[in-house]
Design a protein around this ligand. Structure first.
Ligand code: SF4
Length: 62
């Protein structure tokens, strides 16, 4: 499973970064970057939590 970001919806509020800073990062221009590749099995719960908590529904796992 990979994390997919809809950049048209993301407002860079950092909720996902707070939940999983090893998977999400906001750069100096408030641009979100996401760890590449498949989410490790032991990190899936936090990835799912970030998806669920994103207030803009900009994240999904696929
Ligand atoms: S929680 Fe959602 S809106 Fe906020 S930075 Fe992450 S993807 Fe963007």
């Amino acid at each position: 499973m990979k994390i997919i970001v809809d950049f048209d919806r993301c407002e860079a509020n950092g909720v996902c970064v707070g939940i999983a800073p090893d998977m999400f990062e906001l750069d100096d221009d408030d641009m979100l970057t996401v760890a590449e590749g498949d989410v490790a099995t032991d990190r899936l719960a936090d990835a799912e939590e970030a998806v669920a908590q994103c207030p803009k529904a900009a994240l999904r796992l696929a």
